[in-house]
Design a protein around this ligand. Structure first.
Ligand code: ADP
Length: 498
């Protein structure tokens, strides 16, 4: 089957067309209550669409459709499911521009540096997982020559996926593509702030997938997310979001004894040794801190430990780089940095900047310039801030801000840096920058985080296991084992041959 939906490159028009809809059992439908909520573009603060206000009735409709569809879906040969998922990736590749524009409109993330890139990763994740159908294989156990003993890998059934607003397309793909290849049907609950692009993906993919295999609902966390977790036919929940909500989801899942994957927050350290290639490390800090995404990333390098011998030069170069980045209209090709997602998030980030500034000895280096263009004057722009003079004990260095705020902290020796890097409740990502192989390899062992990189700060890549330790979450995403460990169950079969 091929995609019959022509890409619509006018994001405002598309937002209007997608207004007020869930996608359940292959059909776009309004919320059972008929209620909607506003979707606001953070760059202009205009209401660009209405989203369906989902509640427990909608959840029940979607889960029932998924439960029914899953039976036939799971019966298809795994490679055939995989081929369809890979086909989804190829079709999505033809919608990159459309999806990039739509996600830029609803999230405020710049099209060139962020939103279009995210739409490409979405397509790539489907192609990657589509190739893994034949990996859903069991083992035989040489228990007794008169017995065939083997394990079988089965789908769980209906998977509930709850996603955040910062990278909605990519994070949804990393959940639903492996879940569906493994033979599950999915019900996604989109984030309040970013329901449009993911709904469009669901609409596109329902041209390829059987109805009911991929359903999507929009709504508030407690009214739509919570009933999804609690629904008796949801056998697995995969969640990305804050630590507080992650704990609520985990407790609700425990009531039903179902497995969960939790991708939560971070306060990721970057250690720059005195022998590091300074220019590369500065570039790495710009990428690692996700300044182009206004720092709205759980892996943001928000604690940068720099050896005292290069600290001042590092700060000067980093400030110059970030200063040269252009803040502006997310849909403008010239823009490097867009906006913060919502007024709540904007106020939270501003309050942390004030907290940091009040610390004795702290200096907030504000970089770049917010746009002055009339149309964008109410946009949620926050100038990136590089703090110096803070310690790792300050609130700015300990609490997740989810904004364009990083601190550069001076250190004297390697052990002190490792200790400070690990002195956090989080354990998601980290990097070390050095030319010394011994320091580099030692750090990969000693840093208490799920992803440790040496001399780079790459974003999540399909094929690479991604997931945090401690308060950063439970389980892995993005890799083969993410599919095998998190979206399947294992059955032991013993056949008496005598
Ligand atoms: P953020 O603070 O970044 O918005 P949240 O953790 O609150 O992060 O939200 C992440 C996702 O979890 C969103 O889709 C949100 O609607 C959903 N959510 C919020 N509260 C609940 C809840 N009680 N149960 C299930 N999902 C929830």
């Amino acid at each position: 089957m091929t995609n019959q939906l022509t890409p619509n490159l006018d994001p405002r028009a598309l937002a209007g067309l997608l207004s007020g809809k869930h996608l359940i059992d292959g059909a776009v439908v309004p919320a059972a209550s008929g209620r909607t909520f506003d979707v606001v573009s953070p760059a202009t603060r205009e209401v660009v669409a209405k989203a369906a206000y989902g509640d427990a009735t909608d959840v029940d409709r979607a889960v029932s459709a998924a439960k029914k569809a899953q039976v036939a879906w799971a019966r298809r040969p795994a490679r055939e499911r995989g081929k369809l998922i890979a086909e989804c990736g190829r079709v999505l590749a033809g919608h990159v521009e459309e999806l990039g524009r739509l996600v830029a409109l609803e999230t405020g993330k710049a099209l060139r540096t962020e939103s279009r890139v995210e739409a490409s990763v979405l397509a790539d994740a489907f192609v990657f997982y589509g190739g893994l159908g034949s990996e859903l294989k069991g083992e035989t156990i040489p228990f007794n020559p008169n017995m065939l003993s083997m394990t079988m890998i089965e789908p769980i059934g209906v998977v509930g996926a709850i996603i955040p607003w910062n990278v909605p397309l990519m994070l949804m793909a990393l959940k639903i593509a492996p879940a569906m290849v493994a033979g599950n049907a999915v019900v996604v609950k989109s984030a309040e702030e970013a329901p449009l692009a993911v709904l469009r993906v669901c609409q596109i993919l329902n041209q390829i997938l059987p109805p009911g295999v991929f359903n999507i609902l929009s709504g508030m966390g407690p009214e739509c997310g919570a009933p999804l977790v609690a629904h008796r036919h949801v056998g697995k929940v995969t969640f990305t979001g804050s630590v507080e909500t992650g704990k609520i989801v985990y407790k609700a899942a425990a009531e039903k004894l179902i497995p969960v994957t939790l991708e939560l927050g971070g306060k990721s350290p970057m250690i720059v040794m005195g022998d590091a290639d300074l220019d590369k490390a500065v570039d790495g800090a710009v990428v690692g801190m996700r300044f182009t995404r206004q720092g709205q990333s759980c892996t943001a390098a928000s604690r940068i430990f720099v050896h005292e011998s290069i600290h001042d030069a590092f700060v000067t170069k980093l400030k110059a780089k970030v200063d040269a980045m252009k803040m502006g209209d997310p849909l403008d090709e010239a823009t490097d940095i867009g906006t913060i997602i919502s007024i709540q998030q904007y106020e939270k980030v501003q309050s942390y900047i004030k907290i940091g500034e009040a610390e004795p000895g702290a200096k907030a280096h504000r970089c770049s310039k917010a746009p002055t263009d009339g149309k964008l004057k109410d946009g949620l722009y926050v100038q990136p801030v590089i703090f110096t003079g803070l310690t790792n004990a300050s609130r700015v260095a300990r609490e997740e801000i989810f904004g364009p705020v990083t601190c550069v902290i001076k250190f004297k020796d390697y052990d002190e840096a490792i200790q400070a890097a690990n002195d956090t409740e989080y354990g998601l990502a980290a990097s070390i920058w050095t030319r010394d192989l011994k320091w580099a390899l030692d750090a990969t062992r000693r840093i208490d985080a799920g992803l440790v990189q040496v001399n780079q700060n790459l974003v999540v890549q399909p094929g690479m296991s991604y997931g945090g330790f401690r308060s950063s979450g439970l389980g892995k995403e993005a890799s083969l084992e993410a599919m095998l460990e998190h979206f399947t169950r294992k059955k032991m079969v013993m056949v008496n041959l005598q």
